[in-house]
Design a binder for this molecule. Structure first.
Ligand SMILES: *[C@@H]1O[C@H](CO)[C@@H](O)[C@H](O)[C@H]1NC(C)=O
Length: 301
């Protein structure tokens, strides 16, 4: 690699860094989401539902996917009550044939999906050796494998039109490994990897009309994490997260960590020795977060 390319690369990178800092202080240009067809997986509850409602308020047509049809129908009802447009489908995103079949049906019923929000997620919330094989597989399939199938189903029409947006709702667990979350962290690291590599590939192919946004929240106070007790950093309100995600889509933000402190914690990890990082986590009680985890299912019993 020649010296000229090295200089060109570094100069360009620094210009983009300074430009990003300036942009941070300027009011962001928002793109219109009116007329977009937005598919959200796991939209029958939690932030999936809240994000869907926000997109609908901005004039998008929603495609609501959830394994729980009643939840999906309820989301559609809340959107239509607000005067928005939405269609619900029962979909098990882990079954790729079902994903492909329903994708065809969505194309016929609604049209080409232009914004894909991979949001469906589950967690076992147990010590790894207490976690049955089925739960390990289930988490990997829902949180990670399903992203491949929805991308295969909906990315081609976005690429053909050079227009679209891919949103991956991962987690800070996609950057840090934590106790009680071994299978969950594995699935979220995978989701982050898929997202990052595909973002690179779209850029390599100069498909610049297809935007990507990676979302990495800290614990959100939905039923999914009932019983979690965080320390100095409070759990996130679902409404707040949904607002942030939709805003990130409007301004084509590449990465969204919530709360902002997470950007710094992620940075520390890049240079601290592992033992220093673990010491810090233990000293701040970070590993106690999941001690009294109950989650949605266990709470019902
Ligand atoms: C979990 O519950 C036990 C028993 O109620 C309590 O003693 C402990 O402090 C709780 N742990 C956390 C991290 O809140």
């Amino acid at each position: 690699m020649g010296l000229f390319q090295q200089l060109y690369g570094w100069l360009g990178a620094w210009i983009i860094i300074f430009w990003s800092i300036i942009k941070f202080f300027l009011p962001a240009q928002k793109k219109s989401l009116a007329g977009e067809i937005v598919l959200v997986t796991g939209a029958g509850s939690g932030i999936g539902r809240l994000m869907s409602i926000n997109f609908a308020k901005l004039g998008s047509t929603l495609v609501i996917w959830d394994i729980n049809k009643d939840g999906a129908d309820e989301t559609v009802k809340q959107i239509t009550d607000l005067g928005g447009q939405a269609h619900s489908y029962r979909c098990d995103v882990t079954k790729k044939d079902e994903v492909y079949r329903l994708a065809k049906q969505v194309k016929n019923d609604v049209g080409d999906v232009t914004i894909l929000v991979n949001n469906a997620g589950i967690v076992a919330g147990r010590r790894f050796l207490d976690c049955p094989d089925e739960l390990v597989e289930r988490t990997m399939e829902v949180n990670a494998m399903s992203i491949f199938w929805t991308l295969k189903a909906f990315l081609p029409s976005m690429v053909a039109k050079n227009h679209g947006h891919l949103v991956t709702v991962a987690s800070m667990a996609g950057t840090f490994g934590s106790p009680f979350l071994v299978e969950y962290c594995a699935s979220k690291f995978a989701a982050v990897g898929v997202h990052e590599a595909l973002t690179a590939e779209l850029s390599d192919l100069e498909i610049n009309g297809v935007q990507t946004t990676l979302v990495q929240p800290f614990f959100i106070a939905t039923g999914m994490f009932d019983g979690v007790k965080t320390g100095d950093i409070p759990m996130l309100e679902p409404d707040y997260v949904a607002d942030k995600v939709v805003h990130a889509v409007q301004v084509n933000q590449r990465q969204l960590c919530i709360p902002k402190i997470m950007y710094f914690i992620a940075y520390f990890k890049t240079w601290m020795p592992v033992n220093a990082y673990i010491f810090l986590a233990k000293a701040t009680n970070s590993y106690r977060t999941m001690d009294n985890y109950t989650g949605r299912e266990k709470k019902a019993t």
